[in-house]
Design a protein around this ligand. Sequence first.
Ligand SMILES: [Zn+2]
Length: 210
Amino acid sequence: MNLKKYEGRKVRIIDNDDTEFVGRVIEYIYTEDNEPEGEGLILHDDLQERLIEFRKEKIKSVKILRKEKFTVLLFPPKEARFPGIIWFCDGCDECLSNQVDFNDHSDFWACTACGYVNSISGYNILNQDLFNAVKNAVDKWDPYLVFPDAPEDEYDDESRMILAKIGETCDESIIAAVVATVFSSQFGEHFSKEECEVVAKRIKSNIEHI
Ligand SMILES: [Zn+2]
């Protein structure tokens, strides 16, 4: 079992006692850093809201629940041009603020993960009203029925990606297609445009009522 690949992912871990844990792997522990216990994972357990350490031999199985990695800000920006703003790549949604040497004083930043050249300007800062309009609709839709147990930002990455793609479009059919594309790419299963029509209608209505 290669544990390293689970770092930064949302997973379900079953231990040797058949107990199930769901949460995010915040750290992979290298064997040499953890003598004599050896290789392991540190999980932030969603339900218990605490960190749990798993040694490799205690783990029966691990399943990745979400493909994308979550964001931990390793390098909080000092003296930022836009204090408090966290930048995300429009190409792959990686957190740019976290990339080595990123600073928001340059007007463009090439994502070190995918190469997409992102514009860094006041114009690109997320419109909070639009974001809330999308977030509200997506959270109510909740296709995986994760609420009320999950953290309230559970679908925020998807909402942000949807907003980046629709802009201020109010065409319900386009919004449904965008939602289907984003959810299909983020989760390991296919979402059809038809399945996304309900949430698209709500997004459109929310945006119109801002
Ligand atoms: Zn990127």
